[in-house]
Ligand binder design. Structure first.
Ligand code: F3S
Length: 399
């Protein structure tokens, strides 16, 4: 039985309105399933299940009902990518009916006081929890990043539960909120040097697939960049149910794992051939007419790199780079967006290649540099994919 304070009991009874009562009911039910002792306050929430393509009318109805019932976010809350760029959807060929429904979803979140930033990298746009803080995040790649790289604490929430946490400012105390659950379970010895988002993404995907729900401890990774860390998290989360990983001498908790602890872990070596096999297995087609980068959403550094690689050239195939509105604004100020778009490529925000209806935009095959995108595009868009590095993907768009 989850212990509730008097105030929490009152919320559950409905004394603070029906939206708060419903949100509290969801959290108490979740707490009971996982035998949480009590609820704890969160610093922030991040809600997934935003795209109309994914949630349809049922999801739209649920979010609008909560908004009509007077739900208001108590914690700083951001949301995942939507089904379209909220401003440039016409340019992409998104239909009016789809756009209307998508904008209704965004408007309902806005009325709840939720930041409608629509990104899977909120940690690059101001929703950046500190080490040890409890949060309730739903986007799986961001969950790995926030737990592992930032050292904050979250379970891998479902969209409606993250929304319930946003409304109440609470989450049940269980899972990765507890120190005991954050200990590494597997030691992953990386036997070769890795570089670039694609290789890190494939490493994560390989480990997630073979180890399932675990807390990997990576040994042998040399100073990964922020972009490589976000790619690793997305890979880990896409193929398995990993929510937390430690990296020797890199992540805050990874730096503290003792030799004695290491000695007790199951050990798994990862070789170059494992990485290449993952890339080959996820690449289903050689023909493509769209190149998409930004899964997870591009950082400023990635847009800078794209601007440099594209400088003075013209794209021959559609090239779309997905990012957050926040990063796009910074990149605009620095001149990167102008340089990229001058080539015919687009820098889009609020959405991505998986949650937007690209299958309805005359696309036959997609090049991506992310194992997460390669994992989901065939099932959610029904399109074949080819995996290439960031640099190779840009080159592919130019020929
Ligand atoms: Fe983000 Fe879409 Fe990839 S939400 S992690 S860009 S599938």
């Amino acid at each position: 039985m989850v212990f509730l304070t008097r105030k929490e009991e009152e919320v559950l009874k409905g004394d603070y309105g029906p939206a708060n009562a419903l949100a509290m009911k969801l959290l108490v039910a979740l707490g009971e399933v996982f035998e949480a002792e009590r609820l704890i306050k969160i610093k922030s929430a991040q809600v997934s299940g935003i795209s109309y393509k994914n949630i349809g009318d049922i999801g739209l109805g649920f979010i609008e009902d909560l908004s009509r019932m007077g739900a208001k976010a108590k914690a700083h809350t951001t949301i995942n990518p939507a089904g379209m760029d909220l401003k440039r959807w016409r340019e992409l060929g998104i239909g009016e009916a789809f756009a209307r429904k998508q904008l209704q979803i965004i408007s309902a979140f806005d009325k709840m006081g939720i930041e409608t930033s629509c990104t899977c990298t909120p940690y690059l746009t101001g929703n950046k929890p500190r080490r040890g803080e409890h949060v309730a995040w739903a986007e799986s790649s961001a969950v790995v990043f926030v737990n592992s790289v930032l050292g904050a604490k979250t379970n891998r929430e479902g969209g409606p539960l993250a929304l319930a946490s946003a409304i109440t400012g609470l989450t049940p105390l269980y899972g990765y909120h507890l120190e005991t659950e954050r200990k590494p379970t597997h030691l992953i010895k990386v036997e070769m040097p890795l570089s670039g988002g694609l290789e890190y993404s494939a490493l994560g995907y390989t480990v997630g697939k073979t180890s399932g729900k675990c807390v990997p401890f990576f040994v042998g990774l040399k100073k990964p960049t922020l972009e490589e860390l976000k790619a690793l998290g997305a890979g880990l989360a896409a193929s398995g149910s990993v929510a937390l990983a430690h990296i020797d001498k890199v992540t805050p908790e990874g730096r503290k794992i003792s030799e004695k602890e290491k000695a007790h872990l199951d050990k798994f070596p990862i070789e170059e051939s494992d990485i290449q096999e993952t890339i080959q297995r996820l690449s289903t087609e050689d023909k493509f007419d769209l190149v998409c980068l930004g899964c997870p959403h591009c950082s400023l550094e990635e847009l800078k790199k794209a601007a440099k690689l594209l400088s003075g050239k013209k794209v021959k195939k559609r090239l779309w780079l997905f990012t957050s509105e926040y990063v796009r604004k910074l990149a605009t100020k620095l001149g990167y967006v102008k340089k990229i778009e001058k080539t015919g490529a687009l820098v889009l925000n609020d959405t991505c290649m998986v949650v937007s209806p690209i299958e309805e935009l005359g696309v036959n095959g997609v090049v991506v540099n992310s194992c997460k995108a390669a994992h989901y595009i065939p099932s959610t868009c029904g399109l074949p994919v080819k995996l290439k590095s960031f640099e190779e993907s840009i080159r592919e768009a130019l020929i």
